[in-house]
Design a protein around this ligand. Structure first.
Ligand code: SF4
Length: 696
């Protein structure tokens, strides 16, 4: 008999509900879940084609593999052999070099339960904090800014706010392509309210700009200048909410002084936009009853990413547009469960339930809960730091789980050199495609979407359940089970869960009494309500935070930070005169190990390309379709040129999805990106790299 099972899309942080229809032969089809509050039946091109990624198992890893030496081919082994040897190698490295010589590098696509067990394993039992995830590349600047401004990593609003807003500022993001179902809501809001004002800041004219009343086509790296100028114009035009500032914030006077340092006209020149558009933006924000801002990587992936975030959040704090319908600073999550990972503390500086490593009381609470003596206070290595430590020998072994760092990390050739030098590399993966496999001493086949159960949290704090619907091929196992089996081989107690819900319940107990409290939650409740927004108290989720304007700081006031107006990226030079920015295309996801299997999704854009302004191209004798070489201090890329005046002169754009093709890495955008980091969030600077371009 045919069955229909409800689950959640495994791609982006929008978190759409999906119904999987399975026939008696095991074939599946997907459709949007009309009852899901996020997507109300809609799916984007990626979600709509998810069944192809499940049905096509031709690339799946089926059995554990192992090799004793890099010069030897890997051979099929049993799970026991793979995990026993890995436990022995990890054990001997830890004994000889200490627990900080091993690390786990995971993913914002892991389920919450998977994050929880791997975090518990390394922090509670191995005794190091060397766990980080690719969320470091995605959300960490937003996380740090929320903490600094609001007291905790807490997205205040929800998707329903879009319909209630009358001004939406999209900063450095292209949700029309990257968060399509969310963008459908903006389109619906505009249809219902033609007076809704939409402002977009982006150096490129993207699909998102098609609906913009104002497109602030800024020069890359000038976001803080722009936000400060809007702040100044808000102040000058009398649109501040002085009562809110007085009662609920600190730091306004220093902020006012800071934004008055530069006139709107001076700022406009630096940003490369019209001053009049800045004044109009300020007026739209000032006159709005509901003002929302949405942003993603354009602000986060920067060497000043935290300051960019804070300068945008400030616009809410000086106008009081937070904690009420239609208002709030809303960071759009890139990955499906980056937020769930933070909830369980799955980054090198965090502990479960938004506790932090540098707080002794938090460490003691978690250690007592896990029944271990202590948790090390020393922050672990972050994503790029792990690969630097592998290269210089401080780190000996790395376990890579559900991510493809040789395409996604900045300065990817350095990451490759690091894996070459590593003493021991474990790759836990679903596909035989990722470039990391070349360096793997042990390969552990993992179960994919529909083959395991668990939970994820989307961008609006909404926890959704994912059902196990199909069997994993071969001997592939759910990621949490792999980690727990390994922990047991290491001789650790505390990992004898019989199912994922036991892990989930343990995680929920740790949230008791915290701002993310979901201690009353379980799988049945989530399934019954289809999804729940945290915190979950008195039998109810919470759609909006800070409605009482009491923030999570010690005096309950939000902090307006007078951040420096600076950009510390590698500057352009006569040798590297253009600014490279990188990003996504509509129909591909990350490094394409899933979407790359779907022919329909290739029809949109088939190959990597370099967007370049016609005047920059003419200067270099480049015509549309020519092969060009792009060079930076770190490496080179060769792709076809796509001439377009939708990109600002002096700026070029490369999509980030492509890795090696036929052993050649010449389409890999991250050959060119630098390892410069934001000093607070440790998020890399993917959006601003000095390059040169020449006809090849
Ligand atoms: Fe999946 Fe995101 Fe598309 Fe929704 S918008 S179907 S979550 S990829």
């Amino acid at each position: 008999m045919d069955t229909s099972i409800k689950t959640t899309c495994c791609y982006c942080g929008v978190g759409c509900g999906i119904i999987v229809n399975k026939d008696k032969r095991g074939n599946i089809q997907v459709q949007g879940d009309p009852d899901h509050p996020v997507n109300r039946g809609m799916l984007c091109s990626k979600g709509m084609n998810l069944h192809y990624t499940v049905m096509d198992t031709s690339d799946r890893l089926l059995y554990p593999e192992m090799r004793y030496h890099r010069s030897m081919p890997r051979q099929r082994v049993s799970w026991d052999q793979a995990l026993e040897r890995t436990a022995a190698v990890f054990g001997s490295i830890i004994k000889k070099y200490g627990p900080e010589a091993v690390a786990f590098y995971a993913s914002g696509q892991c389920l919450t339960e998977e994050y929880y067990v791997v975090n518990k394993l390394i922090k509670g039992y191995i005794g190091s904090n060397n766990i980080d995830t690719n969320s470091r590349l995605c959300m960490s600047s937003a996380v740090a800014a929320y903490k600094m401004a609001l007291g905790e990593d807490s997205v205040p609003g929800n998707y329903d706010d879009i319909a209630a807003a009358d001004c939406i500022f999209v900063a450095g993001a292209n949700p029309a392509w990257c968060h399509p179902i969310l963008w459908r809501r903006v389109e619906a809001a505009r249809a219902a309210n033609p007076a809704l004002k939409i402002i977009v800041s982006d150096p490129r004219v993207t699909q998102t700009c098609a609906m913009a009343d104002i497109h602030l086509q800024i020069n890359p790296g000038t976001d803080i200048t722009l936000h400060h100028a809007i702040g100044r114009a808000i102040i000058m035009q009398g649109y501040t909410n002085q009562a809110f500032i007085c009662l609920h914030t600190n730091g306004y006077e220093a902020y006012r002084k800071k934004v008055m340092e530069r006139t709107v006209e001076e700022a406009a020149l630096i940003c490369g936009v019209n001053a009049a558009d800045i004044y109009t933006t300020a007026r739209y924000i000032g006159e709005a009853n509901g003002f929302m801002s949405c942003w993603t990587m354009g602000l986060n992936q920067s060497v000043v990413g935290v300051s960019k975030n804070l300068s945008l959040i400030n616009l809410h704090l000086i106008t009081g547009h937070i904690g009420k319908p239609g208002s709030g600073p809303f960071s759009l999550t890139g990955q499906p469960n980056a937020m769930g990972g933070r909830e369980v503390g799955g980054l090198s500086n965090l502990l479960p339930a938004h506790r932090v490593l540098n707080n002794e009381a938090h460490r003691e609470e978690v250690a007592a809960f896990w029944g271990v003596n202590s948790i090390s206070p020393k922050p672990g290595l972050t994503a790029t730091e792990m690969f630097e430590a592998l290269e210089d020998g401080r780190l000996k072994a790395i376990w890579i789980m559900c991510t493809n760092p040789l395409v996604s990390l900045p300065d990817a050739r350095q990451a490759e050199a690091a894996l070459r030098k590593a003493k021991y590399v474990v790759v836990q993966e679903i596909s035989n495609k990722p470039e990391t496999l070349e360096y793997a001493d042990v390969v552990l086949p993992a179960a994919a979407w529909t083959e395991k159960e668990g939970t994820m949290t989307n961008a609006e704090r909404r926890i959704s359940y994912l059902a196990r619907i199909t069997d994993a091929p071969g001997e592939a196992l759910p990621d949490a089970e792999i980690i727990c089996r390994f922990a047991q081989k290491m001789g650790y107690t505390g990992f004898d869960y019989t199912n994922n819900e036991e892990i989930y319940k343990e995680h929920t107990r740790l949230t008791s009494g915290t701002n993310t409290d979901i201690s009353g939650l379980n799988y049945s409740i989530i399934q019954e309500h289809r999804s729940i927004q945290w915190p979950y108290r008195n039998g109810k989720g919470t759609s909006r935070l800070f409605t009482d304007h009491q923030f999570y700081t010690s005096d309950k006031k939000a902090m307006i930070h007078a951040v420096a107006d600076e950009n510390n990226s590698v500057p352009v030079s006569p040798e590297f005169p253009l600014i490279l920015t990188t990003g996504r295309i509509r129909d591909q996801w990350h490094t394409m190990s899933k979407t790359g299997k779907v022919n329909k999704l290739k029809q949109h854009i088939r190959e990597a390309f370099l967007e370049i302004h016609p005047e920059d191209a003419v200067e270099r004798g480049i015509r549309h379709g020519d092969i060009v070489e792009v060079l930076s201090v770190t490496g080179n890329v060769r792709v076809k040129a796509a001439l377009t005046d939708s990109i600002k002169q002096g700026v070029v754009f490369l999509p980030m999805h492509w890795g090696k093709i036929l052993q050649q890495d010449l389409h890999r955008a991250n050959n060119l990106t630098s390892r410069l980091l934001d000093p607070i969030s440790k998020q890399p600077d993917f959006k601003y790299n000095a390059v040169t371009v020449r006809k090849y």
